[in-house]
Design a protein around this ligand. Structure first.
Ligand SMILES: *Cc1c(COP(=O)(O)O)cnc(C)c1O
Length: 489
């Protein structure tokens, strides 16, 4: 007799009840965390013991879940990045919402692979993509796909743009089928993922023309058109213009109407990187300047930024669904679609993107949009924009502060100034202000360099921020700045 028939290993809990209790505890702890987050420090330095604890060899044997959770509570939970906090303004990072998190838990519990097959998640995914089209006023016969974020959304769109170039059969034959170098146009303020995407899809860095910007950091249209003409004269093949709806530095909006007109005039693909700011369309103030993105050939935008949905999720929309599908559709023998059964149902999502396995990221969007409705999101986005404008008013009203760029969308760039200080001293002063704001756990702006000048940068896609947080931020910048100045003199 062998022992074989008694060996039935599983990873399910030995004790379902205690795991259930642990799960309830986790949820309780999360709710306490969110409810009290405003009173907490936004950020804490990670002690060296914790870093050592997080640098151990792989466990050979298991330990009980309660102990693991305790380890999490001691070593991981307290040292969060802070973008759940009302005064997180670094980079462009969303806050998340409680229901969004619970939706992710449910999605993970159901654990469908949302690529192919006849199951409810496929229909939720399709509905969410349709809602994304409605949010952006794209035609109902456009196509789209949810991806991990803005970078993936941009490269997905640029792949379709490249493959759709004339009748060059680039998908089949590769770029060598094009008679000359394909050239892509964006601005010097365009997000780095566009250049990386151009490199990955085989265009190369040299095929990316970074057009200059005006004093509001918006692409200069005359320079764009002159560059296109010059490239054509050289026998190169201009094929795509990338406009940014909300640049990552200052929230600037490239002149969408002009970019659309130029792309039509020269027969180029018009792509909009709206990772941060396409959703600003919902704020009536920006609906006009962003109207033209409705006519873009493709649009990339993030839902983990300005829809406040937990990480990660972004969306690509493509006006011409056929071009989209023609760029990615491929059905190997192991993925044959049926008309019935589990392999029936909707077109495989893998026909619209590179990733095959996909989580049920649509659920958190589906639940969030149902919980709040489009109206509430429009108000929230407008609120962030008004908060940025209010911060700029506070800055303009104080002679010790200087606004460093026009406020566009929800980004405010400013710095403290000190009479007699040269540029390098101002840089040191503001850098030190920033680091102390973060280290004292007060607020987390980030920094950037604009026209060679170091500046604090407050980017706000935070659903927990209140106007009073802007007052506090200014007060603390002035307090810390004065302390630094006084200790230097
Ligand atoms: C954030 C951002 C990206 C990159 O998006 P990820 O979601 O971080 O991959 C691209 N473009 C702009 C304008 C952005 O703000």
């Amino acid at each position: 007799m062998t022992e074989k028939k008694n060996i039935n290993l599983t990873l399910d809990p030995e004790n379902w009840e205690s795991m259930r209790q642990l799960g309830h505890q986790m949820i309780d702890d999360l709710f306490d965390y969110w409810k009290g987050i405003r009173e907490e420090k936004i950020w804490k330095p990670i002690p060296s013991e914790v870093k050592e604890f997080l640098d151990q060899p792989i466990p050979e044997l298991g330990q009980d879940p309660e102990t693991i959770y305790q380890e999490f509570k001691n070593n991981i939970f307290p040292y969060n990045k802070g973008n759940v906090h009302p005064r997180f303004f670094a980079w462009i990072q969303g806050t998340g919402t409680p229901l969004g998190v619970l939706a992710d838990l449910l999605a993970s519990g159901m654990n469908p692979n949302v690529a192919i097959g006849e199951h409810a998640a496929m229909y939720v995914d399709r509905q969410v993509v349709n809602w994304c089209k409605q949010l952006m006023n794209f035609p109902s016969d456009a196509s789209g796909i949810l991806v991990s974020g803005g970078s993936m959304a941009n490269i997905t769109a640029l792949t379709v743009a490249r493959n759709s170039f004339r009748d060059e059969k680039i998908r089949t034959i590769g770029l060598k089928s094009a008679s000359a170098q394909l050239v892509l146009y964006c601005s010097v303020e365009t997000h780095s993922c566009i250049q990386k995407a151009a490199e990955i899809i085989g265009l190369g860095t040299e095929a990316v023309r970074k057009i200059g910007v005006n004093e509001s950091y918006e692409m200069k249209v005359e320079e764009l058109e002159a560059q296109i003409q010059q490239d054509m004269q050289k026998g190169l093949l201009p094929f795509c213009i990338v406009g940014t709806s909300g640049t990552v530095n200052t929230g600037a909006i490239d002149p969408m109407d002009d970019l659309l007109a130029i792309s039509k005039k020269y027969g180029l693909w018009f792509h909009v990187d709206g990772a941060y700011g396409a959703l600003a369309k919902l704020d009536p103030k920006y609906a006009g300047p962003l109207k033209a993105i409705e006519e873009a050939d493709s649009l990339a935008f993030d839902l983990h930024k300005w829809l406040y949905v937990p990480y990660e999720v972004g969306c690509t929309l493509i006006r011409d669904a056929k071009k989209h599908r023609d760029s990615f559709a491929l059905t190997p023998n192991y993925l044959i679609q049926e008309s019935r059964g589990l392999s029936g149902g909707l077109d495989s999502i893998n026909n619209y993107g590179f990733e095959l396995s996909r989580g049920f990221k649509a659920l958190k969007i589906w639940m969030s949009l149902k919980e709040h409705g489009r109206e509430k999101y429009a108000q929230m986005i407008a609120q962030n924009n008004r908060q940025a404008e209010y911060l700029a008013e506070l800055v303009n009203g104080n002679p010790k502060l200087e606004l460093m760029a026009p406020v566009s969308m929800s980004i405010t760039c400013f710095r403290m100034i000190q009479p007699g200080y040269v540029e390098s001293q101002l840089r040191e002063l503001n850098r030190e202000i920033l680091l102390r704001l973060q280290e004292e756990g007060i607020a987390s702006p980030s920094s950037t360099i604009l026209n060679g000048k170091y500046t604090l940068r407050v980017a706000n896609v935070n659903q927990r921020t209140r106007m009073e947080d802007m007052d506090l931020l200014v007060k603390e910048v002035l307090r810390i700045g004065t302390e630094i100045f006084e200790s230097n003199n």
